[in-house]
Design a protein around this ligand. Structure first.
Ligand code: PHE
Length: 341
């Protein structure tokens, strides 16, 4: 019996070298390790081995069992892992997997570009809050209770904490002017890009939210011509050389005097086209000299300091620039639209 065990051991060792795939592995298992395999036959025979030899034969039989199992496990590992793609040499002639790289949204690109233009002339960037209170959005901006923009129809109110603390979604970036002046002494030179909300009917021209960039410059002897000079500089950098700007009288409670800012239509070089409605001019936002009453609200001395402020609509500026006919396109996330910029 001992001899038989030895023979089977060396036979199995030899055959282990022939295992090269799942089929030959299975053949090996059937021959040696299965229920009717050689190992079990030996264990059957072992029952009739006489008592003196049992110890020796049993030991040898157990060794055989261990070594057969070891051969099987090792070969199995090899044939199975040999199949995994990690072990195959890669086919370097296959075309690569293409990843579509995202790009910045057109609005983010414009905000980056505009803030950079103002940073070059010493403006700092401030972010402000999208959720504001009524005081910062209206009262401190000299916009009294009876002003129509405070109407529920125009403003998204959130909730109240007592009579004087009504929260709302900011209707413009101007409350950031107040936040900055409350915290800093002049000189102040900031711009504030961000989202604003108005309760408007959705159409190709308006949505319930859009983006603005606010500017504020306060120091001694800041004049209206500084405002005009800054606007000229911005228009030249953002829209193109040789484009004139103009200011038209307007009204905002927080600036006095106030104006609308226009830039010559860069699409038709001010000759008149469909986009500028044949006027040669495009409106980009509102502006003016900070109202002394606003300075009083934040504790600045209006006899010592003057300042200008402006607020530009980003979508409104981009739509003519790229001939975008509908404001909703900015927010639909249609790849065909987005990848053009
Ligand atoms: N906040 C004004 C608006 O939303 C724009 C503006 C900003 C006007 C700063 C004057 C000064 O229409």
């Amino acid at each position: 019996m001992l001899e038989k065990i030895e023979n089977i051991k060396s036979e199995a060792n030899l055959e282990s070298g022939l295992i090269k795939d799942e089929k030959t592995l299975e053949e090996f298992r059937l021959k040696y390790l299965s229920r009717n395999g050689l190992l079990n036959t030996l264990f059957e025979e072992f029952k009739s081995v006489d008592r003196e030899s049992k110890g020796k034969v049993g030991k040898s039989l157990n060794e055989l069992k261990i070594s057969l199992q070891k051969i099987y496990d090792e070969q199995k590992e090899k044939t199975v892992s040999g199949k995994s793609p990690d072990n195959e040499s890669p086919d370097i002639t296959l075309p690569g997997v293409k990843f579509n790289k995202g790009t910045k949204h057109l609005i983010s690109q414009a905000i980056d570009e505009i803030t950079e233009i103002f940073q070059r002339i010493g403006f700092q960037v401030y972010e402000g809050f999208e959720i504001e209170d009524e005081y910062h959005n209206f009262d401190a901006l000299n916009t009294p209770d009876y002003h129509p923009s405070r109407d529920m129809q125009d403003t998204f109110y959130l909730h109240s904490e007592g009579k004087d603390k009504n929260y709302l979604l900011r209707t413009h970036t101007s409350p950031a002017q107040i936040r900055v002046m409350e915290k800093t002494k002049p000189p102040v030179r900031v711009i504030v890009p961000g989202k604003v909300y108005r309760n408007e009917a959705v159409s190709s021209r308006s949505l319930a939210f859009f983006h603005q960039i606010e500017g504020l410059y306060v120091d001694r002897k800041v004049s209206f011509s500084d405002l005009k000079g800054t606007l000229d500089y911005f228009a030249k950098e953002f829209f193109g050389e040789n484009l004139k700007t103009r200011l038209r009288p307007s009204f905002f409670p927080f600036t006095e005097p106030s104006a609308e800012m226009d830039v010559e239509c860069y699409l038709c070089s001010a000759k008149g086209c469909r986009i500028c409605k044949y006027t040669g001019w495009l409106e980009i936002g509102g502006c003016g000299m900070v109202n002394p009453d606003v300075f009083k609200m934040v504790g600045y001395d209006p006899d010592e300091y003057t300042g200008f402020a402006f607020g530009m609509g980003i979508e409104r500026t981009l739509m003519p620039k790229y001939g975008i006919p509908d404001i909703r396109l900015f927010y639909e996330n249609d790849i065909r639209f987005l990848k053009q910029f």
